[in-house]
Ligand binder design. Structure first.
Ligand code: ZN
Length: 206
């Protein structure tokens, strides 16, 4: 006897949805059925068009690496932040949690990762030339704050950057936040108070 299942196209949709982070087989099936429901059945076309539009227009800001759908991100475009401290983070997704603390009004620079020799991630894979260029440009940052994760790779990256920056800009203060950020882009799990304390309790590295 044939085992009755959903139609092929519905199963294909569920397979795609299962690829989304945090979605299991049951969840994928529920979302697929929801997408096909509704009175005028526009849920799937609205979702599809929002996805295509975002995929086409959202890019890393050429200056800092934060996400933007214009030529320059909202932080770099904000004139009131000019020439202040520059906060270096690993990923663009680390910026908003720091921004939400309200404890920092400078600019950011997302490296796009951290040094991880075991995963073959070297300095050439990170946005380090861009960081050096920003320190060379007038007005130069008043301070570089390293807000990297608290694990071995984050530490190694912080020390590498501190040495590199100090060699070229010996008078530029280089600081690190008091506690490193939780590793693996888990910044949402760090509450705002912890983050703002980490920022205000930063220590000088050079
Ligand atoms: Zn930017």
């Amino acid at each position: 006897m044939t085992r009755i299942d959903h139609p092929e196209s519905l199963k294909r949709l569920a397979v795609q949805l299962r690829r989304l982070p945090g979605i299991g087989p049951r969840g994928a099936e529920r979302i697929a059925l929801w997408l096909l429901g509704g009175k005028d059945r526009t849920r799937s076309s609205e979702l599809a068009s929002a996805m295509l539009q975002a995929a086409e227009s959202v890019r890393p800001c050429p200056e800092c690496g934060f996400l933007t759908d214009t030529a320059q991100c909202a932080i770099c475009a904000d004139e009131t932040r000019a020439s202040g401290p520059l906060c270096v983070v690993e990923e663009a997704t680390d910026i908003l949690p720091l921004e939400r603390t309200g404890a920092f009004r400078g600019r950011y620079h997302a490296l796009g990762g951290r040094l991880a020799p075991l995963d073959h991630v070297g300095p050439e894979d990170l946005r380090i030339p861009g960081l050096l260029n920003r320190c060379r440009t007038t007005p130069a940052p008043s301070e570089v704050i390293l807000a990297l994760s608290a694990d071995v790779e984050g530490e190694a990256t912080a020390h590498y950057l501190a040495e590199l920056l100090h060699a070229e800009f010996p008078r530029l203060p280089i600081t690190r936040i008091a506690q490193g950020l939780p590793a693996g882009g888990g910044l949402e799990s760090a509450d705002e108070l912890t983050l703002s304390r980490a920022l205000s309790g930063r220590t000088q590295m050079n």
